[in-house]
Design a protein around this ligand. Structure first.
Ligand code: ZN
Ligand code: ZN
Length: 241
């Protein structure tokens, strides 16, 4: 069997779809909507208020909202850039926040806004969605398919694997995307649900995005995880160089 055939047999079954979000600065994104976007006003419904950080008492910054077309849900993501949580267990809950909406509809929209302009204001961007394919990070591959991982030679294994992934049409760049496999900056990580203790599924990766003025430390990324059972339970990890 050729190496290409062997790699096809081992890697192709691992490929997972993801939704790549490409950002464009847009005045339109200042307005609330039910679409994925960065900055501007977040989607919100009745009886909600702008959340503040329990630690520093400053208002959280609205970073982005993410739409999951498959389940018609929307998830608004707020973050405290003063406390800058990394997702460690000892951080006070509420330094970042995700609010989830099933079947969001502008007919149910009620405006919320911070009481003053944040110094960490995000530049409003619309998101164009593109279906992409992903393969696991090499370190995850070693766990998921040791057989596939051992094909790659010691010296250039990361580069060779990236080539193999690109040849199969998979995303190899750091990016903002929903679903698929995370592309780690540091080592791979798992998170467990605070309610049931089950390992959470990878939900989305939010990259540092120049257009939106979002910078996670030194060109880092935020990884979001979600419990498959408790769909309002999320976990966060921030990694940077
Ligand atoms: Zn804070
Ligand atoms: Zn759970």
């Amino acid at each position: 069997m050729s190496q290409t055939q062997l790699l096809d047999d081992l890697l192709n079954p691992l490929i997972k779809p993801a939704l790549l979000l490409k950002l464009s600065n847009s005045e339109q994104a200042e307005q609330a909507s039910c679409a994925s976007k960065f900055g501007g006003l977040p989607y919100a419904e009745a009886n909600e208020t702008w959340a503040s950080c329990p630690t520093c008492k400053n208002e959280l910054t609205f970073v982005a909202q993410i739409k999951l077309p498959a389940e018609n849900s929307l998830h608004t993501f707020f973050y405290c850039f003063d406390c800058f949580p990394w997702g460690f267990g000892d951080e006070e809950k509420g330094q970042w926040l995700i609010r989830s909406y099933q079947n969001p509809n502008m007919a149910n929209y009620v405006a919320i806004a911070p009481s003053h302009v944040s110094e960490y204001e995000i530049s409003a961007c619309t998101c164009t969605e593109q279906s992409v394919k992903t393969l696991p990070d090499f370190n995850d591959l070693e766990v998921l398919s040791p057989e596939a991982a051992q094909i790659f030679s010691e010296n250039d294994r990361y580069e060779d694997y990236e080539v193999a992934a690109a040849e199969r049409g998979c995303l190899t760049d750091y990016a903002t995307f929903i679903g698929g496999y995370p592309k780690w900056i540091q080592s791979e990580t798992t998170k467990v649900c605070a309610i049931c203790g089950d390992e959470m599924a990878f939900f989305a990766q939010i990259d540092s995005e120049d257009n939106a003025d979002v910078m996670w430390g030194d060109s880092g990324a935020v990884y979001l995880f979600r419990c498959a059972t408790h769909k309002n339970e999320f976990a966060l990890e921030l990694q940077c160089y």
